[in-house]
Every structure is written in C-alpha cells, then in structure tokens.
Design a protein around this ligand. Structure first.
Ligand SMILES: Nc1nc2c(ncn2[C@@H]2O[C@H](COP(=O)(O)OP(=O)(O)OP(=O)(O)O)[C@@H](O)[C@H]2O)c(=O)[nH]1
Ligand SMILES: [Mg+2]
Length: 281
C-alpha cells in the first residue's frame, strides 16, 4: 500500500506552503513525506518536488502554441489532460515503493475539483497504482470569519467532497493571521451549528439578497448541521502540536500506520496495568 494526500483549494489558500510544512514536519519526525508539484503554472514553492509536472508541460507552452492559443485557465485544464494522456510518465517517476507517503500539490483553479473530471480520473489512476488517497481541502481562514462567508466556504467544501468522492479533510489555513477576538468568533462556527452561523448573518444586517433568500440560507445551514456534513480543522502551521494532531487525523483517514498500531496494541495488552484498565470495575 502507498498513501497520498491530494491537496486542493482556491488560489492562494496556502496549498504549497502546507505541503512544504508537512514535508518538513515529517522530516523532523523521521518520516519521509514527499511532495509532487501538479501545478503547471507554479512559479514558486519551498519544497524539492519528487516529481514536477512542469518537466512534462507548462501552461506557458499551451498559451504560446500557435494552434492551441489557450488562456491561463484553459491552458491549465489542457495540461492536466495532457498529464493523464502521459500517465506512464507519472507512473515511472513515482516508482513503486511500498509505504510511500506523497502530497500532491494541486493547482488553485477550483473548477478542477467541483465539476471537471480530469482530477477524478487522476484519482482513479492513483488508486489503481495502490495509493490510499484522501483529499485535503484548504480554505484561507480570513475568508471564513463571518456567518455568510463561512456558509459559502462550507458549500464549496461540500461540492468538492461530493464530486471527488474521497475520504476528505477540510482545513482552515493561516490561523496565525487571526486576532484573538476573530479566533473566538470563529470557534462558534467550528461545531456545525446553523444557529451560530445564521445568527451571525442576521447580526450583520440582512442585505436585500439575504432577506429574499432567508429560508434558502436557513435550509443550507440546517442541512449542514443535521448531517454534520462539513467540518473544518483549524491549522496554525507554526504550532508543532497542531501540525501533529492534524497529521494523525489524516493518517487515520488514509489508514497510514495501521500495521504499526496493531503491533503496538498487542504489545500493550501484555502489560498488566493496561489490562487492568480494560476491566469494567
Ligand atoms: N501567515 C501565513 N501565510 C501563509 C500561510 N500559508 C500560506 N501563506 C501565504 O499565502 C500566500 C499563498 O500561499 P501558497 O502556499 O503559495 O498558496 P497556494 O494555495 O499554493 O496558491 P496557488 O498555488 O497560487 O493556488 C503566500 O504568500 C504564503 O506565504 C500560513 O499558514 N500563514
Ligand atoms: Mg501553489
């Protein structure tokens, strides 16, 4: 088995920074976590990629090509399609090492994840190549600080979850940028609770739009609350403990390290005091 996080999210939400921070955290913990750059328009990131899509194709090529003449967004979609046509290139570059743990740093065009099929086909390929894949959706917390924005970010996350059909983790990135007051305000939204979100929307004054669609907004709020569909984990990359907790959550989602857990458990159960803790007295 191999393991992969597909790191997605809107432009500038912190995907590349997240990938480099997780790889670095892994290195500190003696864990090998590699990053693959899947953004054909990337100009800067802080990690050394195991594979870089730009070695195969760059968005610039598709824009300058006399026949293709794409704009930046069409060009990007073309590049991902081109990668799929050349899947063997990726497969060879990936190698076949048991227990590999890889982060795929994806492009920031949200339409790739909400309705286009290229990324879904890439996921199927990775699964065929023995990867346990999960999607990790990053949302910049600065765009989630009031009820309206939170609801809209939640709907974006939901749409990606439904489209990708993968085990999924939502992250609120850039927590270090929030003031204490803003952090406290945000806490009310973290447990899905439509009252907090809707109350906040009303507090901010109902715009003509919100007034007209109040019951629609209420239904969205209730849907999310009733089914606990979308939860966000706040992440401050500068906090080691926070990073560790998040990585454990994601490892569980992709079943990384389950063999090790079983071994530890067997070992622990032979310890008499642990055994005592298991009794009902
Ligand atoms: N303070 C702070 N800044 C961050 C954090 N993560 C990212 N940034 C900044 O946000 C900007 C965008 O970060 P990137 O990691 O390039 O975001 P991205 O999602 O990869 O962007 P695209 O690839 O263009 O879609 C950069 O200026 C980063 O330095 C964070 O956790 N805290
Ligand atoms: Mg990036």
């Amino acid at each position: 088995m191999r393991f992969a996080q597909l790191v997605v999210g809107p432009a500038g939400s912190g995907k590349s920074t997240y990938c480099s921070a997780v790889a670095q955290y892994g290195a500190d913990m003696n864990r090998n976590i590699e990053v693959i750059n899947l953004d054909p328009a990337a100009e800067h990131f802080d990690y050394t990629p195991l594979v870089d899509i730009r070695e195969l194709i760059q968005v610039q090529d598709t824009m300058e090509d006399e026949e293709l003449h794409f704009g930046p967004n069409g060009g990007l979609v073309f590049c991902i399609e081109y990668l799929l046509e050349n899947a063997d290139w990726l497969r060879t570059r990936l190698g076949e090492h048991e227990d590999d743990y890889i982060l795929f740093d994806c492009p920031g065009q949200i339409e790739l994840y909400t309705h286009l099929t290229a990324i879904k086909r890439l996921i199927t390929l990775l699964q065929d190549w023995n990867f346990n894949v999960c999607s990790v959706f990053l949302m910049d917390v600065q765009f989630m600080t009031d009820g309206s924005k939170f609801l809209s970010g939640t709907m974006a996350a939901l749409s990606i979850m439904v489209n990708l059909e993968l085990p999924h983790v939502n992250i609120l990135s850039k927590m270090d940028l929030l003031s204490k007051t803003a952090r406290r305000r945000l806490e009310r939204f973290l447990e899905p609770d439509s009252h907090a979100i809707l109350g906040d929307i009303e507090l901010n004054g109902l715009s003509a739009f919100n007034l007209k669609y109040k019951s629609l907004t209420e239904s969205f709020g209730k849907l999310i609350e009733d089914y606990s569909l979308v939860r966000f984990i706040p992440l401050n990359l500068k906090n080691h403990e926070n990073m560790g907790d998040l990585l454990i959550t994601i490892d569980n989602v992709i079943q990384y390290g389950e063999d090790q857990d079983i071994k530890t458990k067997d070992f622990e159960e032979q310890e008499p005091d642990v055994f005592e803790n298991l009794t009902n007295e």
